[in-house]
Design a protein around this ligand. Structure first.
Ligand code: MN
Length: 702
């Protein structure tokens, strides 16, 4: 029966007394928190976190990982908040526990099945601190070891998840021992019959082979001794799941696989490895094409070793791995081996990420020396420091997006139409701003409306090329049709002044004019007019071939409907609203900007028919228009709330509010209010004026 005292004794071999005490404290906290809870096996619940911490102690993990291991089920199972852990044990430990809980909540299996690799990446991306993954792997390892008490269905679910998600993660991190145990336990739970049969067969074969194994081992040891090399020779056993995979994948018979004898030779230094290689090649003939130098060219996860296969006596094939002790450690524990060697030094909370980085860097250097760093970057760097986020669609499909992506990027990744018609989003079932960067593991749902259009403001926050291109494209199409529309109205208005209209102009006249302007179709001309690149007045006179002295009849102004779209905007300097006398200023490329007739910015060009056009408001004009009001009033408590409720009572909407105190008694409040028109504005002002203490209200304009 493991106990906290026994664990503390083991910890004191590599941690300081204060750190060991912190781990103890975390244990007692967990014991309290889980008080009354039992595992399926009937044991007190706290035996589980203790066992998890003990697994991490075998890897010589730091005290914070061990504390997190003790506390890893506290948030999930006892309802104690992360904040409480943070104040007890510090931010870092609380973050680790929170990270583990998030992975625990993730039910990988109920989501789509064929995406195991994406799930692995998602799990990695969710853990900002690599220790989260290590604690989670230890947690899963203990659960796998004690899987038998669970019901068949639950057992299979956990085993499947272990094989598909956690064993590959252990493999990516180079944690061979953990991976092997995951695979054998997972296989046993998924296919108990097959596993038992292979296990029996292996046992039988081992018995039969004992003599020959001993003989080979002796001759290998002897051969090293003759050359004066110190090395440790051991027989190597294949793991059950590995045998099964070989039988299935390579369609080999059991005997064929077991006919291979496998040994490992461990030495002190790298160059001894090559000396051993020479010695054994001298002892037995090597099998051509089977020699691999993973020392010079390490595997993607940092694995290093020499592999060779020999023809032994009577022609039996002998597989040999040759490596140093350090390589052996690395091969078994991967990233965790880094803690094993360097656990005594610094204790900064950031140290661990730096360590993971160091591990990556170390492996990267190995790879670079070997000249195949690309493959490595693919498989490891992405996992540890992901540049992607992984999110779910409502149906459980995983989408991979670049870091910083928003719901709009997601929408376009799902489908262009979804992007174009998107109006809002839910992240984990809650409404969220479209501009919010997505987090790995979230479920994203897009709310769309038929006829909705992309918003130009999206271009400020989308990060994917796909979203950007499609938004631009949609806006361009929209802009074109709106420009054509406005251009036609502008041109007709001027033509009407000459008692003509576009459909009264002879087609050949229009064609001649298009040719002159080098335009293809009439829409191109109208678009140019709508965008303000060509003046309707000039075009009309050329179409009618009138000379300069002829003046148009006084024409009625063009009516603004508020639905002109992107080619019409309202000047920020004077913020006109329906009811105000207005003028349109055509500026090249921007279309028409609506100003107040009295606006100082256009006073010089107001009567130039090539630049300005008389406008009026259509009767059915729609939309919300912002005006800025300046309210001077006596200072009083709850003043902002009073103003807000008055505006609200008049159906107005406050878009912005700011307040300056002029002297101790008088406050000046700037309000941006959106209204429908002047009448509406008058109503708002009337309500405001009715407030006590209001001295003056002014509508601001340039
Ligand atoms: Mn657990």
């Amino acid at each position: 029966m493991p106990s906290i005292d026994a664990l503390a004794d083991r910890l004191s071999t590599y941690l300081g007394p204060e750190q060991v005490n912190l781990v103890r404290r975390a244990y007692f906290y967990a014991e309290q928190a889980h008080d009354g809870q039992r595992r399926r096996s009937g044991e007190a619940y706290v035996t589980h976190p203790l066992a998890v911490a003990s697994i991490l102690a075998d890897m010589h993990m730091d005290h914070q990982s061990l504390m997190a291991a003790m506390l890893h089920d506290v948030i999930e199972d006892t309802g104690i908040a992360k904040e409480a852990l943070s104040s007890q044990f510090g931010e870092t430990v609380a973050e680790l526990v929170d990270g583990v809980s998030k992975l625990t909540q993730m039910n990988f299996e109920t989501k789509a099945e064929a995406q195991a690799e994406n799930f692995q990446k998602m799990a990695m991306a969710m853990a900002r601190d690599i220790r989260v993954i290590l604690v989670k792997l230890a947690d899963r390892l203990h659960n796998m070891r004690t899987l038998e008490v669970l019901s068949g269905e639950k057992r299979r679910r956990i085993a499947k998840e272990t094989l598909e998600i956690y064993a590959p993660i252990a493999n990516r991190l180079g944690m061979h021992s953990v991976r092997i145990e995951f695979e054998d336990l997972g296989f046993k739970a998924m296919y108990p019959m097959r596993s038992a049969r292979i296990y029996q067969a292996v046992k039988r074969a081992r018995g039969n082979r004992k003599e020959i194994v001993n003989k080979i081992e002796e001759s290998l040891s002897h051969c090293l001794a003759v050359d004066g090399i110190e090395g440790e020779v051991s027989g190597r056993q294949k793991h059950i799941y590995g045998i099964y995979k070989k039988m299935r994948g390579k369609r080999r018979a059991f005997n064929e696989i077991m006919d291979v004898y496998a040994f490992r030779i461990i030495v002190d230094k790298v160059d001894t490895c090559y000396r051993v290689l020479g010695a054994v090649h001298n002892l037995y003939k090597p099998l051509p094409g089977r020699f691999k130098d993973y020392i010079a060219i390490p595997k993607a996860n940092g694995y290093q070793s020499l592999h060779t296969t020999l023809f032994g006596m009577h022609g039996v094939p002998i597989e040999i791995q040759i490596r140093t002790r350090e390589m052996e450690e690395m091969a078994n524990n991967g990233i965790a081996a880094h803690w094993l060697y360097k656990s005594s030094d610094e204790e900064k909370p950031k140290g661990t990420h730096a360590r993971a980085r160091q591990w990556v860097k170390g492996v990267l250097e190995l790879q670079q020396r070997a000249g195949n760093s690309l493959e490595f970057i693919e498989s490891v760097k992405i996992d540890l420091f992901p540049d992607e986020v992984y999110v779910f669609t409502p149906k459980g499909r995983i989408m991979e997006l670049p870091k910083g992506s928003t719901a709009v990027d997601f929408a376009y990744a799902v489908h262009t139409d979804v992007g174009n018609s998107c109006i809002a989003c839910r992240i984990n079932r809650r409404l969220a701003p479209l501009s919010e960067p997505l987090q790995s593991g979230s479920t994203v749902e897009i709310v769309s409306a038929p006829g909705a259009r992309p918003n130009p403001a999206w271009l400020n926050f989308v990060v994917t090329g796909k979203a950007r291109t499609h938004i631009r494209h949609a806006l361009k199409l929209q802009r074109r049709s709106e420009s054509i529309n406005l251009g036609e109205r502008l041109l007709n208005k001027v033509l009407n002044g000459f008692d003509s209209a576009l459909d009264k102009i002879p087609p050949e006249r229009i064609q001649a004019m298009l040719a002159e302007y080098r335009l293809e179709v009439i829409e191109d001309l109208l678009e140019d007019i709508g965008l303000g690149n060509r003046m309707a007045y000039v075009v009309a006179r050329r179409l009618l071939s009138t000379e300069g002295e002829q003046l148009p009849n006084p024409e009625g102004p063009l009516a603004i409907r508020g639905t002109e779209g992107l080619v019409l905007s309202y000047a920020k300097c004077c913020t006109p609203i329906p009811g105000d006398p207005i003028v349109g200023h055509l500026s090249a490329g921007k279309g028409m900007v609506v100003h107040l007739e009295s606006c100082r910015n256009i006073s010089e060009i107001r009567h130039n028919p090539e630049k300005c056009i008389q406008l009026s408001w259509a009767k059915d004009v729609t939309g919300e228009f912002n005006v800025e009001l300046r309210v001077e009033l006596e200072h009083q408590r709850g003043l902002i709330a009073l103003l807000a409720s008055s505006v609200n009572a008049a159906d107005g909407n406050i878009e912005k509010i700011s307040m300056d105190e002029r002297d101790g008694r008088i406050s000046v409040v700037q309000l941006v209010v959106s209204v429908h028109d002047r009448v509406h504005l008058a109503r708002v002002i009337k309500k405001l004026r009715a407030l006590t203490g209001v001295i003056r209200i002014t509508r601001m304009r340039a």
